[in-house]
Structure formats: structure tokens, C-alpha cells
Design a protein around this ligand. Structure first.
Ligand code: GN1
Ligand code: MG
Length: 359
């Protein structure tokens, strides 16, 4: 067992004796560990990637507000088993804050939710439960009394992401523009730029609101109970005001993909309409009441936006020399780009079919 990790844990009010610390999950940003104890709870220990989340105080403030609010809502609704339905972060012993830092690294600890399942892929039935859960998550946060900051400013702002691609291409720090395939991908992305920056324009025109959204609703950020129902949504780092498109689109980007996010064979990648249908139905059952007509009619746009945005982000990171996402092998971000681009092309052809389902 890593003694340093054990020492860091000692800064938090954990109960019981630590028995083991093992890597957990496969996030692309933070480092995550499961802490086994002989006490009542196991824990999740996480090193926050401070290069990406530069204002950890703001980050944790958001998370504390959100978890407190959801907990109060669940209590008011008379729910049972609440500790498995909302995350709980431990205070650091001296400062009482929900993170510890030595000025070089930032760490936090939450209670590990027992007997929960995570998936990289779901059936239509489970996608339906996920839709219900995301709609409910957004509905619960609609009356959040606290103002949330943006832990990553303009996180899902497509205009910013497009600009970042242009900057990466102009600087070409890693010499990757020499690859003709990269040039072709860049040109293809530029060709769709105006179309895909529609949400920002609608926002400026005052016809599209921002709401508190999760902004990282990929399928492996949800915890399922043994019976298939959703326990809770985890990975709250990016909860912030955004367009509802964020949660709707990013879930489908991951769940409706018939291949992997980084599938080396783009032929495996397509957009599964059965997942779309089930998820949209579930989502509209809980979110339908608060969505404006413009939000609702643009849900098919949202399903196209996120594969596009992710392709742009992966390609920009490839061109920048792989400085943002963890990679498992050289060229991984280019492989991810190809797969997301394939998904975008496929989902885009299904816009009318999606619109007919949304109604
Ligand atoms: C990152 O940390 P993780 O793997 O849940 C990223 C998301 C991307 C996702 C792609 C803060 O999420 O925006 O959609 O990778 N998170 C951040 O898999 O950039
Ligand atoms: Mg995650």
C-alpha cells in the first residue's frame, strides 16, 4: 500500500483502519483510488488535476452546494438509503474544507457508495432510467439557492472550443499538422463550425437559458443499483450553469455509441436510435415540464453537438501534443478523434428521425 496516499488520507476524518488502496475507474482527468477499511465505510480518494481545475476552492464550493441541496431534497421527499443517492465529502481535519493541499497537490475524499454498478455501455432499458435520473437531477437543482461558479470557464462553449482548435492549428507546437489526415480532419471540422455554434448565438439572442447542469454525463459517471435503477450521478467537478444540451448530448455521445469512445475501428461506431428513443422518453418524463420549446426542439441538435465538440477537443489536444487528456499510447487522441468524428457524421444523418421522436 502506498504510504504517501495513506498519509494524505490521515488528513481527513476517516473511520476505521485503512486496509488497502487501489486504483478506481478510468477517468481521463483526475487520479482516483478506492480505500478499503475495516470500518463501516470504504472511501474514494482523488487527486484533483489542478492544471485543469485551477480554482479548487470554487470547485469544492460548487460540489458542496450541490450535494447539500440534493441531500435536503431527498430528505424532504422522505427517501431512504440517502447515503447511496448523493455523494458525501469528508472535511479535512484542520481546515474543515473538503479538500487537502500542500500547495503542490490537491486531494479530496468521499464515502464510497456500496453495491453500485457502473457501465461503459447500457441497454435501452437502462438508458431510459438514466434519462429519468438526469431530468430529475436538473429539476432538483432548478431552485439551488447558491450561485455556482464555472470551475472551467466556458467549459461547453462551442465557440471557445472551435477557437481553441484554430489556435492549436496556428501554433502547431508538436508538428502534427504535417500529417495529411490531421489537415483533412481540421478542414472537415471547420466546415461545420458555424452550424455547431448555434447554442451560443441563441443564448446571445436571449432565447436560450442556462441552467445548472452536470456537464459530464457520460454513461460511466452514473451509479446503478442492482435492480437497474439509478442511485446517483458522480463526478460532480463540472456541475455549472450550461445549456440543457450538455447533459442530454453528452450522455448520448457515450451511451448511444455502438463502439468505444476511442474505438480503433471507426466502422464499429454508429449512433443507436433505440438508446436515443429510450433515453429521450425517460428524460422528457422528468424534464419535459421545465424545458422551453426552444430547448426541446433542439435536443436532436444536442445529440449532434457533443460528438462534434468532443472530436474538436480531442483533435486540438492531439495537435497541442497531448497535454490535456490522459493517453494510453502515442496517437490515442487522434484515434479518439476519428471515432468521435464517425459518430458525429452518423448522428447528424439521423436528425430528422430524432426530431420525429421528440415531437
Ligand atoms: C473527461 O474525467 P472524465 O473522464 O469523466 C472530460 C469530459 C470529456 C471526457 C471524455 C473536465 O471526463 O469533458 O467529455 O473526459 N472532463 C473534463 O471522455 O474535461
Ligand atoms: Mg468520470
Amino acid at each position: 500500500m502506498d504510504e504517501r496516499l495513506k498519509q494524505i488520507l490521515g488528513c481527513f476524518a476517516v473511520e476505521g483502519t485503512v486496509k488497502d488502496i487501489v486504483p478506481l475507474g478510468n477517468g481521463l482527468i483526475n487520479d482516483t483510488f478506492r480505500v478499503m477499511t475495516d470500518g463501516p465505510d470504504d472511501y474514494v480518494l482523488q487527486r484533483i488535476n489542478q492544471a485543469i481545475f485551477q480554482d479548487v476552492d470554487l470547485l469544492q464550493h460548487n460540489i458542496e452546494c450541490v450535494t447539500r441541496h440534493i441531500r435536503a431534497k431527498l430528505e424532504a421527499a422522505g427517501e431512504t438509503d440517502i447515503d447511496r443517492k448523493v455523494l458525501r465529502f469528508l472535511p479535512e481535519r484542520i481546515t474543515g474544507k473538503t479538500y487537502w493541499t500542500d500547495g503542490r497537490e490537491w486531494w479530496r475524499v468521499s464515502v464510497f457508495i456500496r453495491d453500485a454498478l457502473t457501465f461503459e455501455a447500457v441497454t435501452p432499458e437502462y438508458a431510459g432510467y438514466a434519462g429519468v435520473a438526469f431530468g430529475r437531477f436538473e429539476a432538483m437543482l432548478a431552485d439551488l439557492p447558491d450561485a455556482l461558479g464555472e470551475p472551467i470557464p466556458d467549459f461547453h462553449n462551442m465557440e471557445l472550443r472551435a477557437r481553441q482548435l484554430h489556435e492549436a492549428v496556428a501554433k502547431d507546437v508538436a508538428g502534427r499538422m504535417a500529417n495529411p489526415e490531421v489537415q483533412v480532419l481540421v478542414e472537415k471540422m471547420y466546415a461545420h463550425e458555424e452550424e455547431m455554434c448555434k447554442a451560443e448565438r441563441m443564448y446571445r439572442e436571449g432565447v436560450l437559458p442556462k441552467r445548472v447542469c452536470h456537464c459530464d454525463t457520460k454513461v460511466n459517471n452514473m451509479l446503478f443499483d442492482r435492480d437497474g435503477s439509478i442511485l446517483c450521478v458522480i463526478d460532480l467537478d463540472t456541475v455549472m450553469p450550461s445549456f440543457v444540451f450538455s447533459d442530454f448530448g453528452d450522455f448520448l455521445r457515450s451511451a448511444a455509441n455502438t463502439g468505444a469512445e476511442d474505438d480503433p475501428n471507426p466502422d464499429n461506431v454508429s449512433f443507436d436510435m433505440d438508446i436515443f428513443r429510450a433515453f429521450a422518453k425517460g428524460y422528457l418524463s422528468t424534464a419535459g415540464g421545465f424545458l422551453t420549446p426552444i430547448e426541446r426542439e433542439n435536443l436532436p441538435f444536442a445529440a449532434t453537438l457533443f460528438p462534434y465538440m468532443q472530436a474538436v477537443r480531442f483533435l486540438a489536444d492531439h495537435i497541442n501534443g497531448d497535454i490535456y487528456y490522459k493517453i494510453k499510447y502515442p496517437g490515442h487522441n487522434l484515434v479518439r478523434t476519428r471515432a468521435q468524428w464517425q459518430l458525429f457524421c452518423d448522428v447528424r444523418q439521423k436528425r430528422e428521425e430524432m426530431a420525429a421522436i421528440i415531437g
